[in-house]
Write a protein that binds this ligand. Structure first.
Ligand SMILES: Cc1ncc(COP(=O)(O)O)c(C=O)c1O
Length: 370
């Protein structure tokens, strides 16, 4: 079979299943991007006079001092010893997990963890235990078993998100108790909480006072912070390990210094931006109440609103009708979510006003219950 035949067959199968994907530019009011704080409207920093480093990896000529400043500010923000930038959250997760988790270790991972975590764990080649989403009994079963007769060199890890990007619910806080009880190395992906939770917006781990209980947290700039790139907040020792052993850090070109000045700008802004943080939570409550009035159920009550419809076609048809009504709301289908749980994912932002939230909820109600 030629490659053309193979690929044509694969795409035909996706079309048959109604899962062929194309790229659609933004259209209508934004209820789809992860710009939770509304930072797309922040002015870009003026072009800084930065000496060009030349393109190279951070370990070679690609390291610019602006990154020292960014990383030291990030570490301070999180009350961590250190931070290390990566090109994206995807590579940060893959790189971190495949570096720290070694063959012979055991790792527990929530079934709804992001694809970058799943892929990082595949690269790590350790024993994996996938527990049912936020199910404490199931997780404890796995941790208990993995701890029994554990050779001293075998490390136990746990990977969760803090706010699940497709469900809109937070990690069960009782998990922190299990982490202590079983002496687990806990890694938390804060992609959807960075900027949005905690007194200064440092995230859910900060909000809960869990910094001392986690091995590392992973944060992306590509969501609420509205920039590019991502980072790991961790100990100095772990940062040195990553700089020396993490292939996703070593063998890639550094982000341009200008992106570093953008980070400094955003960090200067976000810590003090209590108003936007308060607004996203108020707006989320307002929207959930409006949905309820229109008889629409969502899976959780955060600023990520997940309305599970079941069949792929139900979600894609509903999204299409909402887009035609002027709202950029997208359908999320398998394999991003489990089979039979296709859904609408609505993202609430700090700069949505009450009238926009009400009209979006009304449109969803009308489309789902005509
Ligand atoms: C939970 C989670 N982790 C990691 C990522 C990847 O981050 P980035 O978009 O910066 O690659 C995403 C983004 O989709 C995410 O939702």
């Amino acid at each position: 079979m030629s490659l053309t035949d193979r690929w044509t067959g694969q795409l035909e199968e996706l079309r048959r299943l109604g899962r062929f994907r194309g790229l659609t530019p933004p259209r209508g009011i934004d209820f789809s991007s992860n710009d939770y704080l509304g930072y797309r409207n922040l002015p870009l920093p003026p072009e800084a006079e930065l000496p060009r480093t030349g393109t190279a990896s951070r370990l070679l000529r690609g390291h610019h001092v602006v990154w020292d400043e960014v990383e030291s500010k990030l570490a301070q923000w999180h009350g961590a010893e250190a931070a290390l930038m990566f090109s994206s959250g995807y590579t940060a997760n893959e790189g971190l997990l495949s570096t720290v988790i070694e063959p012979g270790d055991c790792v527990a991972s929530d079934e709804f963890n992001h694809a970058s975590i799943i892929d990082g764990l595949k690269l790590a080649k350790a024993e994996r235990f996938i527990f049912r989403h936020n199910d404490l009994n199931h997780l404890e079963e796995g941790l208990r078993e993995a701890s029994q007769a554990r050779p001293p060199q075998r490390q136990l890890f746990l990977v969760t998100e803090s706010l699940y990007g497709m469900e809109g619910d937070f990690v069960a806080p009782e998990i922190a108790g299990l982490v202590k009880k079983y002496e687990v190395n806990w890694i938390v992906d804060e992609a959807h909480t960075t900027g949005c939770l905690g007194r200064t917006g440092a995230g859910f781990v900060d909000h809960k006072g869990w910094r001392d209980q986690v091995l590392a947290t992973v944060h992306t700039g590509g969501k609420a912070l509205g920039v590019h790139g991502a980072y790991v907040a961790c100990s100095r020792l772990l940062r040195d390990i990553l700089v020396n052993r993490c292939r996703h850090f070593i063998f890639t070109t550094a982000l341009p210094p200008r992106v570093g000045t953008w980070w400094l700008d955003v960090l200067g802004w976000v810590e003090a931006d209590k108003l936007a943080r308060r607004k996203i939570h108020e707006n989320a409550s307002h929207f959930h109440a409006a949905l309820e009035r229109h008889g629409v159920k969502s899976s959780a009550r955060s600023y990520i609103v997940s309305i599970v419809l079941g069949e792929d076609a139900s979600a894609t048809n509903a999204a299409k009708a909402l887009q035609e009504a002027g709202f950029d709301i997208r359908a999320i289908r398998p394999p991003t979510v489990p089979e039979g749980t296709a859904r609408l994912r609505v993202s609430i932002h700090a700069d949505h006003d009450d009238q926009t939230l009400d009209s979006a909820a009304e449109a969803i109600g009308r489309v789902l219950h005509p």
